[in-house]
Structure formats: C-alpha cells, structure tokens
Design a protein around this ligand. Structure first.
Ligand code: GUN
Length: 301
C-alpha cells in the first residue's frame, strides 16, 4: 500500500492533545482548572465506548472530568435540571450531552438548555448561528478535526471546491460552514441530490459523512482529490465484524492524493477537539469572570 497518501489522524490528534496538555498545565499554574462534565443517558453500547474514551482522554490531558450516567428512563425534567445545575457551577467549563438520547427526550430542548459558553459540542443554536456568520465560537468537534487534517494536508484551502456528502447537524452542516469560512466553494450533496456522484467528481476535497459503508469508490473521485472519511460503519466481512468508512478505501486509494483511513483517521481527532474546546471554554470563562470583577471595581481603569 502507498502509505505516503495516508492522513494519519492518530498522529495529528496526538499533536493537538500534547498542546492541550501543555495549555492545561499553564492554566492550572494560573489558578484555572479546566473541567468537563459528560452526560450519558441510557446504555447505547457505542455511546458507552465514546464516553469512556472521552473521560480517559480528559484525564490524560489533566482536565478534570465529571461523569453522569443516567438510566434510559430518566425524565426530561431531571436531565434539564442537571444541565441547569452544571450551567450554574462555575467550576465546570464544558458540558457534553452524548447523543443519541432516548426517544422520550427532545434532543433540541436538551441541547438548547446547555449554556452556549459551556457548549463544547458547538450544537447550541447560538454557536451554530455564530459559526454560520463566520464568528469565532465553539464549533463541533468532528468537523473541526476534519478541518485540521485538511489544513495539514493541503495548507491554504482558499478557492478549493469542497463537496460534503451528508447534511447532519453533527457533521455535514457544520463542516460546510467551516469550509466556507476557510474560503472554499462548497457543495453539499445528500440523499435527494440529483447525480451526487457527478457533483462529487468535481471536488478537490471530499468529506464523506453519510453512514453508508463504502458508498464512495474511485468513480466518485477526481484524480488527485483529498478525501476525508468520517464514516464509521461496522460490517460483517465473511463472518468477521470490522469497521469501514463511507469510502471504499481500496478503490479510492490509487485515485486520490491523500485520504484518511478508517479507523485511525478522523476518529481520534473528534476527542482531541473536544479537549481543545474545553480549554477554550475555560479560558473564555476565566476572561469573562475577570471582566466581571473589573466592572464591579470602579477604582480600576
Ligand atoms: N454522538 C455521535 N457523535 C457525537 C458528538 O460529536 N457529540 C455528541 N454529544 N454526541 C455524539
């Protein structure tokens, strides 16, 4: 295999996490201890793995973590109450509500209850709106990680044609907004697109986030395209279970100039950017607190 084309997400995530760890140490010396609260409602097996990994990475980075594991029949009122308490708790900087939620809880209502400044997932409408206006707000972790990989692989993205496959709130839409902010021309293709394949073949950059195993093969790709595969699909391969992306890796590899593998591509970046967002939130809150104290003291100019 031509490994020179592989975008190494593990190495990129390790670089981000090393910087986060150094920042956390510096903040602690300055009297700020970043803390992340993670809430899991129910027992979705994949979510349990994600949450465990988030807590582990936080500990490794020196970030204090608080874990709330609530039973699947937890009422919406109880969840909103917990979020309200965490919003009020000045020692908590970031709140992550793991998705999906059980069907009886309104996802939008719960996500909107998180204080925008503590919304380390960047899912609150204030942050979504801020991103679409090109402001510096907390942005969703997976698309932020994809942007880092793209910038590492391509340098300046300005003027490139990026095609995002998928329009979810977690990946597709924020990904398109981040690419636009980086001055790309952006096309979003989805299940109702007419000839998604032909649109995709025009792209310099392809970000695949549809959740369809190995949908995108060489026929979808312009020679030399850079491909970021967000898909994590578990398939049965001759009786053995394994993970594959939304891109048919073996078919795509000869066609592309760079591509993320699955696993080991985008996956590790999501958690790294969650840690980065937690540090950003802690710094912004410390800054706001300082401004608030200064405003109270009329003798300070
Ligand atoms: N479930 C799948 N991806 C995500 C994510 O990025 N954040 C949260 N909170 N839940 C998820």
């Amino acid at each position: 295999m031509n490994t020179s084309k592989l975008i190494d997400g593990k190495a990129a995530a390790a670089r981000v996490l090393a910087q986060v760890k150094a920042d956390v140490q510096a903040l602690k010396q300055a009297g700020v201890e970043p803390a992340l609260a993670v809430i899991l409602v129910g027992q979705d097996p994949a979510s349990q793995v994600y949450v465990r990994n988030k807590i582990l990475r936080a500990e490794e980075a020196g970030i204090r973590s608080l874990e709330y594991r609530l039973s699947a029949d937890t009422s919406q009122a109880l969840l909103l109450n917990l979020i309200g308490e965490l919003n009020e708790d000045a020692s908590v900087n970031g709140i992550l509500l793991q998705l999906p939620l059980p069907a009886h809880i309104e996802e939008t209502r719960a996500l909107q209850a998180i204080a925008p400044g503590k919304d380390v997932d960047g899912f609150h409408s204030e942050n979504v709106g801020g991103l679409s206006q090109g402001r510096d707000v907390l942005t969703p972790c997976t698309p932020s990680g994809c942007m880092q990989l793209l910038q590492d692989a391509c340098g300046d993205l300005s003027g490139k044609h990026a095609v995002v496959i998928g329009r979810s709130n977690i990946v597709g839409k924020p990904m398109a907004a981040l690419l636009l902010k980086a001055h790309c021309s952006v096309t979003v293709v989805h299940s109702r697109s007419v000839d998604a394949k032909a649109l995709c073949r025009q792209a310099d950059i392809v970000v695949a986030a549809v959740g369809r195993p190995r949908l995108i093969d060489a026929g979808w790709l312009k020679p030399g395209a850079v491909v970021i595969d967000v898909g994590i699909n578990r398939i049965d391969d001759d009786g053995r279970s394994r993970l594959v992306g939304d891109v048919d890796f073996d078919s795509a590899l000869p066609q592309v100039s760079a591509i993320t593998p699955v696993p080991g591509g985008v996956g590790p970046m999501t958690i790294a950017f969650l840690m980065k967002n937690t540090v950003t939130a802690a710094v912004q809150q410390a800054h706001a607190q300082r401004s608030h104290l200064e405003a109270l003291c009329h003798s300070i100019y």
